[in-house]
Design a binder for this molecule. Structure first.
Ligand code: SAM
Ligand code: SF4
Ligand code: SF4
Length: 340
């Protein structure tokens, strides 16, 4: 058993793990997996994905290092077969305090109850617009808004509350839907979070002009329903939370472009094939799979030594280099491999 909690080269502990259970997705959101760049045959062999045994060993190892929060993601995590069985195994791990899932919601209606029964505590659903035609476009022609809304309703009925909704805004694309999304979230008791469009990956053609800064979104909402800043739930929370003064819940803003938060970044990411990424914008991962046969202690001590060398602070550097076009000129891991 590893005894000390590692800190990286900038003094940051490891608290939070985001684990992709599958790289495949049934959507082709243009900011993540543009259909013209990522075909249907892009995925890896099922055998290349970590097995449930390997995932359990991996998570136990990370818990030894201080991880308390685990988020399952993808690709689209609900495409991973027998996901509730995996959730049940992970929910039973001592020391893991929070188990969450991020999904595009398309398959949620069928699976929400089984996930809840298996011990999943929190669900985040990505929802960029309430306009059915635009929704279809923003899923690369593959998604159906009504199906996602019924998935969200099924999750609520299964006992997930509050449900978080993630909206990535793009200038000139879905920014007109801000108030409609907030109205929907307020009426249903969901917590909406607006996420600035990021220069992740290499194929989405990101440019700064497409980013809608959080402050602008907050001002637009504030003009409809006055807002009041809330304290973070915990140190390192990425969303700046605001309460609606009229008592209709809260809304959050994730401002990784306009107000980076690398100083408090306690998060590691692992892809479905067991590569560790110490930053969302990392150019390369560290293969962990071969360590897993040696058990959780070996995994933990290897990850500790990798974490201690970590110096990542990409978003702060990007801001300092104003004018840089980020992903256009750099090598970054693709978002669908590490899940956000
Ligand atoms: N397929 C699931 C989903 O869409 O919720 C989970 C994986 S997806 C990569 C996780 C999150 O990343 C989603 O909320 C998505 O909107 C967000 N995302 C993808 N590309 C992004 C980008 N370029 N900038 C900001 N967020 C992005
Ligand atoms: Fe799929 Fe999620 Fe990426 Fe959209 S954001 S393409 S749903 S992985
Ligand atoms: Fe963390 Fe990297 Fe994002 Fe900075 S850019 S907050 S180090 S993931």
């Amino acid at each position: 058993m590893t005894e000390s909690i590692p800190r990286d080269a900038l003094g940051r502990p490891l608290r939070d793990l985001r684990l992709s259970v599958i790289e495949a997705c049934n959507f082709r959101c243009p900011y993540c997996m543009p259909a013209d760049r990522i075909g249907d045959d892009h995925g890896m062999d099922a055998a290349a994905r970590l097995s449930f045994d390997e995932i359990e060993t991996l998570v136990r190892g990370f818990v030894q290092l201080g991880v308390r929060k685990l988020r399952l993601t993808g690709g689209e995590p609900l495409l991973r077969k027998r996901l509730p069985e995996l959730v049940r195994r992970l929910a039973a791990i001592d020391g893991l305090e929070d188990l969450a899932l991020t999904t595009n919601g398309s398959l949620l209606a069928a699976h929400a109850q089984a996930l809840r029964d298996a011990g999943l505590r929190r669900i985040t659903v990505s929802l960029d617009t309430l306009d059915p035609a635009l929704f279809r476009d923003l899923s690369g022609g593959r998604g159906d808004l009504a199906g996602v809304l019924s998935g969200i309703a099924a999750a609520k009925a299964a006992g997930f509350a509050p449900i978080k909704l993630n909206c990535v805004l793009q200038r000139g694309v879905n920014e007109d839907g801000i108030v409609a999304l907030a109205t929907y979230a307020r009426e249903h008791g969901h917590v909406l979070r607006f996420i600035e469009y990021m220069d992740v990956g290499t194929c989405n053609g990101w440019s700064r002009e497409r980013v809608v800064p959080s402050i602008e979104v907050r001002d637009r909402l504030h003009a409809h329903w006055p807002l009041q800043p809330l304290d973070p739930n915990y140190r390192g929370e990425v969303a700046a939370r605001h309460a609606y003064v009229d008592g209709a819940g809260e809304v959050g803003f994730v401002s990784s472009v306009s107000a980076p938060f690398c100083g408090d970044c306690h998060r590691a990411r692992v892809s479905a094939d067991g590569q560790l990424y110490t930053c969302l914008f990392a150019g390369a991962g560290h293969a962990l799979r071969s360590l897993l046969v040696q058990g959780e202690d070996a995994l933990a001590s290897h990850v500790a030594s990798l974490w201690e060398q970590r110096t990542d602070r990409y978003s702060e550097t990007r801001r300092l280099e104003a004018g840089s076009e980020g992903g256009a000129s750099r090598r970054h891991v693709e978002m669908y491999l590490i899940g956000g």
